[in-house]
Design a protein around this ligand. Structure first.
Ligand code: PLP
Length: 398
């Protein structure tokens, strides 16, 4: 319950010390937000925080977004849930939009990233028939339920939870030869993040992803791209794989798709859709009308103008960070508004995040020692200036 690394720096007021009524799966900051507006959150003492994390790539259009709120309220005034036993015009509309954007054919709706990936894993195995193995990449992250956890090769996440789901082969990321030599005739799919998020913001190399696509085609296996974090505009394209001129067979989305309401989507090619029949998978809440209304508005707002804003403001932040001359900064990585700042060992990223938090900036961590920036798409140039000024000040304290 008490995080020693954080209390050691005299910032213990942010860390819970008494009994926690919430199961302790997250080391939480003891800040209770009372409201949010755009790129800012306000706590109970009216302290203002610039949100450079967006609830982990979720509230891309900011807090309390008027247009999305209007769409949600309109649906709330009609009905909240009907189950997937009935046709939904809203789901059909969203599925069609996602199909058109991706060039794929059908969508399965769920409530989260891990569920979107569970569906992808099940569909790939159903399609593969006697082929059951899925190759995934080291340093990747696909979720916490058993299928997606087993697809995530990280011992820290596995410890205490064995036995895992069999049928996953893990290979180094961005290494086509490793993938080729791990392949066997029982493999039905390769599953990758186009840009690894939790692992530390590592993009797939351009040639690597093209080679993976080619290899999958040659062997008649599926390419699943987990775009739960990097999709829905985050990198400056609707799908991150659009930077690579390839097309996957299955795409998974969640985080940013409904600006904070729970929604997952597994978009599939019709060859895959054709093997799925009623009863083989399902979800009670999946694609609930309130979340779907929010998602339809998110897609509306995410037009080409917004995508180019994401690219240019992302490039600006990256360039400004890269221009800082400091031996404490190892590497600045990312694309669009998905940015990682890897620190030298002399800085513990958690200490840096706590200092930023005390100064009214919310940021995250990822990888081994990397600051994670996932600001909302609506962030302004003056917000960016405030962030950069605070970042530089904080760096000087180390
Ligand atoms: C967050 C994340 C997930 C899991 O999503 P949840 O909604 O937390 O289940 C899966 N894949 C990637 C790439 C993610 O970033």
């Amino acid at each position: 319950m008490i995080n020693q690394a954080q209390t050691a720096h005299g910032l213990s007021t942010l860390i819970r010390e008494e009994w926690n009524p919430i199961v302790n799966t997250y080391a939480k900051y003891l800040i209770n937000f009372s409201y949010g507006k755009g790129a800012y959150l306000y706590d109970s003492s009216e302290k203002k925080y610039l949100d450079m994390l967006s609830g982990i790539a979720v509230t891309s259009f900011g807090h309390n977004n008027e247009a999305i709120k209007e769409a949600v309220v309109e649906q709330l005034n009609k009905f909240w849930h009907t189950s997937n036993l009935f046709e939904s015009g809203l789901q059909n509309k969203l599925a069609l939009e996602l199909a058109i954007k991706s060039g794929l054919d059908s969508v399965f709706f769920s409530n989260s990233g891990t569920e979107a990936n569970e569906a992808a894993i099940k569909f790939a195995r159903k399609f593969g028939n006697e082929k059951t193995y899925i190759i995934t990449a080291l340093n990747g992250f696909h979720g916490r339920t058993y299928g997606s956890l087993s697809a995530t090769p990280k011992y820290k996440y596995w410890e205490g939870f064995f036995p895992l789901t069999p049928g996953f082969i893990h290979v180094p990321f961005n290494d086509i030869e490793a993938l080729k030599s791990a392949y066997n005739k029982y493999v039905c799919a390769v599953m990758l993040e186009t840009v690894q998020g939790e692992g530390g913001i590592y993009e797939a190399d351009y040639e690597y992803l093209q080679n993976v696509r080619e290899f999958c085609d040659e062997n008649n296996i599926l390419l699943i791209l987990d775009e739960v974090q990097c999709g829905v505009g985050r990198t400056g394209k609707f799908f991150a794989y659009e930077h690579y001129l390839i097309k996957p067979d299955i795409i998974t989305l969640a985080k940013g798709i409904a600006n904070g309401l729970p929604l997952g989507a597994t978009i599939v090619d019709k060859r895959i859709a054709n093997v799925i029949v009623p009863g083989c998978h399902g979800s009670t809440f999946g694609g609930n009308p309130v979340s779907v209304s929010a998602a339809l508005k998110v897609l509306d707002l995410l037009d080409n103008k917004m995508l180019s804003h994401i690219s240019s403001i992302g490039t600006l932040i990256m360039n400004e960070l890269k221009s800082i001359n400091s031996h404490l900064l190892i590497e600045i990585r990312g694309k669009g508004l998905m940015i990682g700042v890897e620190f030298d060992d002399k800085i513990k990223v958690k200490d840096f995040v706590l200092k930023l938090l005390n100064k009214g900036i919310i940021a995250g961590t990822c990888g081994e020692n990397t600051l994670r920036l996932l600001p909302p798409f609506i962030i302004s140039y003056s917000d960016v200036e405030l962030f950069l000024k605070t970042f530089k000040e904080t760096l000087k304290e180390f």
